[in-house]
Write a protein that binds this ligand. Structure first.
Ligand code: RNT
Ligand code: ZN
Length: 420
């Protein structure tokens, strides 16, 4: 079947395929820099362990070791993914060298440490999101913003405030709002004796960070919740109730962020999106794939990713209400392929959602015609979606399915294999 025929089939269902592709092409999707080097960053010893309850597994050769290598790899990913990628950096990816004054600790970071990233984003017409890095650092005691030690908290508050200033700089330089996500792995392995204290301290620390001045239309701090992490199985300070309550009581200065790896296995973020959008004007997402736990596997074109994307589309998420970011890190396979596969699958699921006759289906629901609703929804699954997807890739000037793996192999052979 040709794209033309597919277009006509969708038109018969009341779906305009070109309008769907145009809508998707305008929506930014944040590409996380940390898939390229297994979340190591450049500001501390790259061989230090990853802390904060997150973990990469695998030792596939070719990880990026320098800013130049990471940028080259991101460049390569960009050639393979359709849509509008936006960069997503962690503070630990600061570029510190002799020209800009050498190494500083995280509480002293400045916009200048990200100017090379700004040049990179500008060259590729990308906006940039940002994240303070509250993990993998000697000043985790092991807690950060919720620590009982004032010195520790103050250090991390200063880090958070520095990150707001950097986010303001990124938004200004690149002319796009910067989503700045606050996540800490603060928590306990075993049953705590005080659950309220750390949460009160966390709340006060976030208050202190957000007291730094910023324009909320340009810098959007997020609070990301979590259920548990490796080594912090019994208690997480920034639980779902904590993060949502914080965001709800501070609606004028931050937004909630849901990571779909951060819930119990039968909970689904697809259902939480419309629940939050009934109250919050904007929310943010980390899109990942949890396999039994927050394992951060590469995003697939699977049932829950499709359902998640349907809710984003139906709730006006593409028009600014939902800020979408990828968040996974697989070190067991080719990292460029991991990046590109997850990005392409998220775009694919969004396009699939845009090709769903959502209005007509909603009408069936509202009229109580549930038998027909089921039949129609099932039949949609075998419509010629792949033809439209390939057309979208063509229009975006990137390879269609079935044609890009050779490029992964070439890059691995010519670039990645030289790194070991
Ligand atoms: C960890 C959180 C967090 C991190 C990144 C690196 O469980 O999902 O968002 O993955 O900040
Ligand atoms: Zn996350």
């Amino acid at each position: 079947m040709s794209y033309q025929e597919a277009k006509e089939r969708y038109a018969a269902l009341g779906v305009d395929t070109q309008a769907a592709m145009d809508r998707l092409r305008k929506a930014p999707l944040s590409l996380h820099c940390w898939q390229g080097d297994d979340v190591r960053g450049f500001d501390t010893d790259p061989d230090k362990p990853l802390t904060g309850g997150i973990q990469t597994t695998g030792n596939y050769p070719g990880r990026a070791r320098t800013p130049e290598e990471l940028m080259a790899d991101i460049d390569e990913v960009r050639r393979l993914v359709p849509g509008t990628p936006k960069m997503n950096l962690h503070a630990s990816y600061a570029i510190m060298n002799e020209e800009n004054g050498g190494w500083v600790d995280r509480d002293k970071l400045e916009p200048k440490h990200f100017s090379a990233w700004v040049d990179f984003c500008r060259e590729h017409r990308m906006g940039c999101d940002f994240n303070p890095t509250f993990f993998s650092h000697p000043k985790c005691d092991p807690l950060t913003l919720a620590s009982p030690n004032k010195d520790t908290r103050d250090f991390w508050i200063e880090h958070g405030r520095a990150c707001i200033r950097i986010s303001t700089y990124l938004a200004k330089e690149l002319g796009q709002p910067c989503i700045m996500n606050i996540w800490t792995g603060d928590g306990f392995k075993d049953i705590p004796a005080d659950r309220k204290g750390p949460r009160e301290r966390y709340r006060e620390s976030i208050d202190a960070i957000l007291s730094e001045e910023y324009d909320f239309t340009q810098v959007k701090p997020c609070i990301e919740s979590k259920v548990f992490g490796i080594g912090v199985e019994s208690y997480t300070v920034g639980s779902s109730e904590f993060a949502l309550s914080y965001a709800a009581f501070n609606k004028d200065r931050c937004i909630p962020l849901m990571d779909n790896g951060h819930y119990h296995p039968t909970e689904v973020v697809s259902d939480k999106i419309p629940a939050l959008l009934a109250f919050f004007p904007e929310i943010a997402l980390h899109i990942t794939r949890p396999v039994r736990w927050d394992s951060d596997h590469v995003v697939l074109f699977d049932d829950e990713t499709r359902e998640l994307c349907k809710e984003i589309v139906r709730c006006g998420g593409l028009e600014g209400r939902v800020h979408m970011a990828l968040d996974y890190f697989d070190a067991s396979i080719n990292r460029i392929s991991a990046w590109a596969t997850g990005f392409r699958n998220t775009e694919k699921a969004l396009l699939y959602a845009l090709l769903t006759p959502n209005e007509a289906l909603k009408e069936l629901q509202d009229e109580g015609r549930f038998t027909e609703l089921m039949v129609r929804q099932e039949e949609l699954k075998t419509e010629p979606f792949g033809e439209v997807w390939n057309e979208y890739c063509r229009q975006c000037g990137v390879p269609e399915d079935g044609t890009w793996f050779g490029e992964i192999e070439r890059y691995e052979k010519e670039v990645l294999s030289a790194r070991n």
